[in-house]
Design a protein around this ligand. Structure first.
Ligand SMILES: [Zn+2]
Ligand SMILES: [Zn+2]
Length: 136
């Protein structure tokens, strides 16, 4: 994901742990999840540290902030353009690599230079569908 040396901020053990946690992580964790996962091993870890580190990484373009989950921001260390599919029950988010040709017509473009797009899909994952059938 990133070369630690090039990040340009002081690597405390807490920050390093957050970077390690994010490296190759495809679960699109929230700050709360990261804090929960790391606070046992790093008792001095705080949600504020997680937030601040994520914000720094986002500003440096090393992590994507996703708004697909209406309840909380989710974070993705994969900064290559891709789309997402979220289960509306368990809020699991998976990557969607289908390429969509979503060119805007001139009217909609309104003289903007369009740099990218992000498509958000919502659905119900197999486990949640199974659980729902079990309840029925
Ligand atoms: Zn689900
Ligand atoms: Zn992703």
């Amino acid at each position: 994901m990133m070369k630690y040396k090039e990040i340009g901020f002081k690597l405390t053990p807490q920050r390093l742990a957050i970077l390690d946690y994010l490296e190759g992580n495809t679960a699109h964790p929230s700050a709360e999840e990261i804090d929960r996962a790391l606070s046992e091993k790093f008792p001095t870890m705080s949600l504020a540290t997680v937030y601040n580190t994520l914000e720094t990484l986002r500003q440096k373009g090393l992590v994507q902030e996703l708004s697909i989950d209406p309840d909380k921001k989710r974070f993705d260390p994969n900064i290559r353009p891709h789309n997402h599919l979220m289960c509306i029950d368990c809020r699991r988010i998976i990557d969607v690599h289908t390429n969509f040709d979503l060119s805007l017509n001139d009217r909609d473009k309104a003289n903007f230079i369009v740099l990218g797009h992000h498509v958000e899909f919502y659905g119900r994952c197999p486990e949640c569908r199974k659980a729902a059938e079990g309840r029925a």
